[in-house]
Design a protein around this ligand. Structure first.
Ligand SMILES: *Cc1c(COP(=O)(O)O)cnc(C)c1O
Length: 347
């Protein structure tokens, strides 16, 4: 077990913070008459504030993921967890964050908003982590390292040993964003939580579960880290409608499995069809629900597809992604439209 003194990493103002105590967190039983929170007695169940710690949903996720409920945090999307971790551990103007480039844009946006120095380390040409270069960027003020695996927008997973090497050789917290883990042929890092107290894992209901609209991000980490996140978050950060839909949807895990299977087979079909086009130069191996595709004239193809009402993501100005568009794997019908449009463009 790699232990870490989490107290030494926390900002002083957060360490001494006395959190807001909501009515619903003081009395936690049920079957009572609730006259404690100035709620309206009409319009049940939405007249009631939601459970600030979402225990019911945590128990369900606990069973699915094999993680103790006390090691789970839910946020308004993963983005809330990203922001909270930065605010808890990084003092503006003093501490810094090390991350990779290219990767998901929100890490830098949250760092910038919080006035925290964000240090990027370019991936290798095959989109892997240069661990030596990354650890050289670490200073005594580096609190967090953000990694995203499978990575957005490069679509690949990082070598497991590289992530473990970073966990072993960094005395701060390593955040591994696993938003796309359900589409991956690699194992999740969740079982490593018992070996690494400095590991924070992000997952989400936005991708494989098809619930981007309800905004439910999940964070798995050491109990002490989760307690800090609970202390700093808004008291009712996950609303009743989100909890209701999430609870109902998790009961349909067979449906989710079918969706993932379909998306993976469509990913394969897109792969074999796209590579035949003249304008397609390269398709990077994907471990996620999207393809990073190098084409001969990305701006031109992007504009053409947009006119055909097929909207893709232009990543051609991202470092190491010259000439690349990013295609989300859609439904069979949607993918056929994408393929037909590119076929027209190609001829
Ligand atoms: C889509 C995505 C997420 C999901 O964010 P939510 O706020 O949970 O919707 C997180 N990380 C990465 C890298 C993503 O691409």
């Amino acid at each position: 077990m790699k232990g870490i003194n989490i107290d030494n990493l926390v900002r002083e103002n957060i360490k001494s913070l006395k959190p807001y105590s909501s009515a619903r967190s003081e009395y936690t039983g049920d079957n009572a008459i609730f006259l404690d929170a100035n709620e309206n007695p009409n319009n049940f169940p939405y007249n009631r504030y939601p459970d600030p710690l979402q225990w019911q949903l945590k128990h369900k996720i606990s069973e699915i993921k094999g993680v103790d409920p006390k090691m789970i945090f839910f946020g308004n999307g993963s983005d809330e967890a990203i922001d909270l971790v930065i605010r808890i551990f990084c003092s503006p103007g003093i501490d810094n964050i090390v991350s990779i480039d290219p990767t998901y844009g929100m890490y830098q946006v949250c760092a910038d908003i919080n006035g925290v120095d964000y240090r990027e380390v370019l991936l290798t040409n095959d989109f892997q982590i240069d661990t030596d270069k990354l650890l050289k960027k670490v200073s005594d003020k580096t609190k967090l390292i953000f990694l995203c695996s499978p990575n957005n927008p490069t679509s690949n997973s990082f070598y497991r040993d590289d992530i473990l090497f970073i966990l072993n050789n960094f005395n701060g917290l390593v955040i591994v964003d696993e938003a796309y883990i359900d589409f991956s042929s690699n194992e999740s890092f969740v079982p490593e939580l018992r070996n690494y107290q400095n590991l924070i894992i992000l997952q989400t209901l936005s991708k494989a579960w098809g619930l981007a609209g309800i905004r439910l991000g999940m964070c798995f980490a050491d109990e002490n880290i989760i307690s800090l996140m609970n202390k700093v978050k808004y008291p009712y950060n996950v609303n009743s409608l989100t909890l209701k839909v999430a609870n109902d949807s998790l009961a349909q895990s067979d449906t989710k499995k079918i969706w993932v299977k379909e998306i993976l087979s469509e990913r394969e079909r897109l792969n074999t069809s796209l590579i035949k086009f003249n304008c397609v130069e390269k398709i990077y191996p994907s471990d996620a629900n999207f393809l990073l595709v190098k084409v001969s004239n990305p701006r031109d193809l992007y504009t053409y597809l947009t006119q055909k009402k097929v909207i893709v993501r232009d990543r051609s100005s991202v470092r190491l992604c010259d000439g690349c568009l990013r295609f989300t794997v859609g439904s069979k019908e949607e993918n056929n439209l994408l393929l037909e449009s590119i076929k027209e463009y190609d001829s």
